[in-house]
Design a protein around this ligand. Structure first.
Ligand code: SD4
Length: 310
C-alpha cells in the first residue's frame, strides 16, 4: 500500500528544506534520504546563521556543529557533536550510522572521521558571522542563550540568529525518519553539546509510533529527553499535537524557574498526522513567533504553532 508522504521542519527558514524533502518523498525517495538532503539545504545556506556553514560561533569564535539522523525503518541512528571545519554535518552523522557500530562521534575525532570519509576541510565561519561574534564580544554578552531574546540584547538578534532545523519525514513506504542540525547556541562555551545530536532529546523516531524533533534551549530540553517523551506519549495514545503540548507542559512543570528559555517540538505519525508546540516564553511571539513548515498535499505551508502555558 502506498502511503501519502509528508514532511515537517522547524522554523520559517525550514520551508525550503521542507520543499526539497517533500519532493524527494513525492518521487519515491526514502524518509532517511529526504531528511538528509533537506537538512543539507539549510546547512549550506550562509544566510541561516544557526545551522551549518554560516552558523554563529562559540565564545572563542569557532563554529562547532551538532547534528543527528535517525532511521525509523532500521531504528539506527548516527550523530556528530561539537564538530569543527566540516560542512553538511548531518551527512557525516549518517556516515557514523552507516559506517561505524557507534551512534555519536564528538569533537576532533568526529572531524577526523569526516575527513577520512571524504568530507573536505572547510571554513565554516563567514565574514558576517565573524562580525556578529566581534560585536557580541564587544557587548560582552554572557556565553548563554544569545538567540533567546531579552530586551537589552535585542540588537544582536533577528529571525536569522537562532534555531536548529529539526525534520521529520514519512515516505511512501510508510517509513519515518528524523533529523536535527545546528551550530547550537551563539557564544556557547567551547565544547558545549546541545540536545540536537542526542538521540531522544533533539530527535527520536519509532516507525511503529511516530517521529519527533526539537528546537530551543537544548540545555533545558535535554533534561526531559523531549523528543523521546513526545514519541512515548504518542505510544500511549496521544495524537502528535497532544503529545507535543504535553511534553512541553512537562518540561515547564519540571523546570519552573527556567520558563524564560524557549523550547519547541514537532511530531509526525505513521499516518501523516502532525503536531507542533512551543513554550510561550523564550521565543517571544509575535515577532519571534514559533513557526514550522509542513507539506500539505503538494503545497508547503508555513504555520505558527501552538504555545503552551505552564
Ligand atoms: C541547542 N537546540 O544547541 C539547540 C539550539 C536551538 O533554537 O535549537 N535553538 O541547544
Amino acid at each position: 500500500m502506498t502511503v501519502t508522504p509528508r514532511m515537517i521542519t522547524t522554523w520559517r527558514f525550514g520551508a525550503e528544506a521542507c520543499r526539497v524533502g517533500y519532493e524527494i518523498l513525492r518521487t519515491g525517495g526514502s524518509a532517511l534520504e529526504a531528511v538528509e538532503r533537506a537538512a543539507n539545504v539549510t546547512e549550506e545556506d550562509p544566510e541561516v546563521s544557526s545551522v551549518g556553514y554560516g552558523g554563529l560561533p562559540n565564545a572563542e569564535g569557532v563554529v562547532e556543529l551538532d547534528a543527528a539522523i535517525m532511521d525509523g525503518a532500521s531504528h539506527r541512528a548516527g550523530a556528530v557533536a561539537a564538530m569543527t571545519g566540516i560542512r553538511k554535518p548531518i551527512s557525516a552523522a549518517r556516515m557514523v550510522m552507516e559506517r561505524t557500530p557507534h551512534v555519536l562521534l564528538a569533537g576532533h575525532n568526529a572531524r577526523r572521521f569526516a575527513l577520512q570519509n571524504g568530507f573536505p576541510d572547510a571554513e565554516l565561519l563567514t565574514e558576517k558571522a565573524r562580525s556578529r561574534w566581534k560585536a557580541w564580544l564587544e557587548e560582552r554578552l554572557a556565553p548563554d542563550v544569545a538567540h533567546f531574546e531579552e530586551p537589552d540584547r535585542r540588537s544582536l538578534r533577528d529571525e536569522k540568529s537562532h534555531d536548529t532545523i529539526g525534520l521529520c519525514a514519512l515516505d511512501t513506504s510508510g517509513n519515518l525518519a528524523a533529523g536535527c542540525t545546528t551550530s547550537g547556541l551563539f557564544g556557547k562555551t567551547p565544547g558545549r553539546v546541545g540536545d540536537s545530536p542526542i538521540i531522544g532529546s533533539g530527535l527520536y523516531v519509532d516507525n511503529e509510533i511516530g517521529a519527533a524533533a526539537a528546537t530551543g534551549n537544548g540545555d533545558e530540553m535535554m533534561k526531559v529527553c523531549l523528543s523521546y517523551r513526545v514519541v512515548m506519549l504518542m505510544e500511549m495514545g496521544r495524537s502528535p499535537q497532544q503529545a507535543c503540548e504535553e511534553a512541553i507542559r512537562y518540561l515547564l512543570r519540571k523546570r519552573p524557574h527556567h520558563q524564560q528559555h524557549g523550547a519547541a517540538c514537532i511530531a509526525l505519525s505513521p499516518t501523516g498526522e502532525i503536531g507542533a508546540a512551543a513554550t510561550r516564553e523564550g521565543f517571544h511571539p509575535p515577532d519571534r513567533a514559533w513557526i514550522y513548515a509542513v507539506s500539505q498535499e503538494e503545497e508547503i505551508l508555513v504555520c505558527e504553532g501552538v504555545y503552551v502555558d505552564p
